[in-house]
Design a protein around this ligand. Structure first.
Ligand code: GLU
Length: 416
């Protein structure tokens, strides 16, 4: 038997929801098919004068509810199946969060740590230039994802604007503040995850997160802000964190601010003062809430049986394989799916895009309040669906999202 692709796995979960909703086959085919799939191969001049060819992607899954939206990642494992799956998830993420976008994703197969700053800039500009045949502020709006950041968004913006002949703030989100970014965007995904973790704690564990134990796998943008906010604002006890250098455990609670500052200075958690454990051990800790915030396929059939957390809040995209999902469900572990838990990033991206289009910028407080409201509403809608259909949170969230996109599709009708 050949291994199921990431997309086939996601489709299986989508179909479970579509079955429960009795979605007709035509609509099912429309909603499970990508609108555009762009693969590019492009040359980049390296600092030593040599030329290397890189492969990049931009996939748009659905644009029924608005422009396509989604991040761009740089990683050596980027491939078409991954980008296809993540763009599909973006459609449901935007729908469940109530932001008027469809789903997209992009990526370049590259290890950015192996490039110099000037090589990174040339690669970024060429990639963006090559995908600009399908992007635009009303068509498809990229943003940061794994290993990309505000610096890279600035190059993207400049590349597009140079060709347009004017500054186009609406072309990307996740920009630096000085270049039309939004207050609260860097922390947004982590803040959204924290809001959802607290809602999940109240709903599934009967009480706020205060004093509850949390383990977080991954300490990039999402993991680090989640740790910081859960520790400082929700009073959770973060017993373990991890990154590529391994896991760091302290049963009395890790000081998230200290770890956050440590990583800002040292670029990784290597040498951080806590008991050293492995990433696997972190995932298997006996905690109230486990937050996988690294890459896809962290929880698989290999370790699903050993997971002891009561609730899993998926902060990464696709951290649980469909098989592992079934095992966890049968064990009674509650999972809040990625496209609901981590929708805070794209929600504040939407606020940033709106601010850019109007050239009117909000206070941090306004951004946080609007995010809080959007995340709580999204959680509430999924809980309602879960109770109505006596199903798991992932299926319920899919049903909420599919309803919105299917309704938009029906209202528009089929052209011509
Ligand atoms: N890359 C983020 C995600 O996966 C944010 C996307 C965006 O802001 O457009 O949700």
């Amino acid at each position: 038997m050949t291994k199921e692709s990431l997309f086939e796995g996601a489709l299986r979960q989508f179909n479970k929801a579509a079955d429960l909703m009795k979605l007709d086959s035509g609509m099912r085919e429309v909603l499970s098919t990508h609108k555009r799939e762009l693969t590019i191969h492009f040359p980049v001049k390296m600092d030593d004068g040599s030329v290397r060819v890189f492969t990049g992607y931009r996939f748009q899954h659905n644009i029924a509810r608005g422009p396509a939206k989604g991040g761009v990642r740089y990683h050596p494992n980027v491939n078409a199946d991954e980008i296809k799956t993540l763009s599909f998830l973006m459609t449901w993420k935007c729908a469940v969060a109530g932001v008027p976008y469809g789903g997209a994703k992009g990526g370049v197969k590259v290890d950015p740590a192996k490039l110099s700053e000037t090589e990174l800039e040339r690669l970024s500009r060429r990639y963006f230039s090559d995908i600009s045949i399908i992007i635009g502020p009303a068509e498809d709006i990229p943003a940061p994802d794994v290993n990309t950041n505000g610096r890279i968004m600035s190059w993207f913006l400049d590349t597009y604007s140079m060709n347009a002949g004017h500054s186009t703030l609406g072309i990307v989100t996740g920009k630096p503040l000085e270049l039309g970014g939004s207050l609260g965007r860097p922390e947004a995904t982590g803040r959204g995850v924290s809001i959802i973790a607290n809602e999940a704690s109240k709903y599934f564990l009967g009480d706020e997160l205060k004093g509850k134990t949390v383990a977080i796998q991954g300490f990039g943008n999402v993991g680090s802000y989640t740790a910081l906010i859960l520790d400082q604002e929700y009073g959770a006890k973060i017993v373990a964190i991890s990154d590529i250098t391994g896991g760091y455990y302290n049963p009395d609670g890790i000081n998230a601010k200290e770890a956050f500052d440590y990583v800002t200075i040292n670029k990784s958690l290597k040498g951080y003062n806590a008991q050293k454990i492995t990433n696997e051990e972190l995932l298997e800790l006996d905690v109230d809430v486990l937050i996988p915030a690294a890459l896809e396929r962290a929880i698989t059939v290999e370790n699903a049986d050993k997971i002891r957390a009561k609730v899993i809040v998926e902060a990464a995209n696709g951290p649980t394989t469909p098989e592992a999902d079934e095992i966890l469900n049968s064990k009674g572990i509650k999972i809040v799916p990625d496209f609901l838990s981590n929708a805070g990033g794209v929600t504040v991206s939407y606020f940033e895009w709106v601010q850019g289009l109007y050239s009117y910028f909000w206070d941090l407080d306004d951004v946080r309040k609007a995010l809080d409201k959007a995340m709580k509403n999204a959680f509430k809608d999924s809980v309602k669906m879960r109770e109505e259909h006596k199903t798991d949170m992932r299926t319920a969230s899919y049903m909420v999202a599919i309803n919105k996109v299917a309704t938009a599709t029906r209202l528009r009708g089929i052209f011509p």
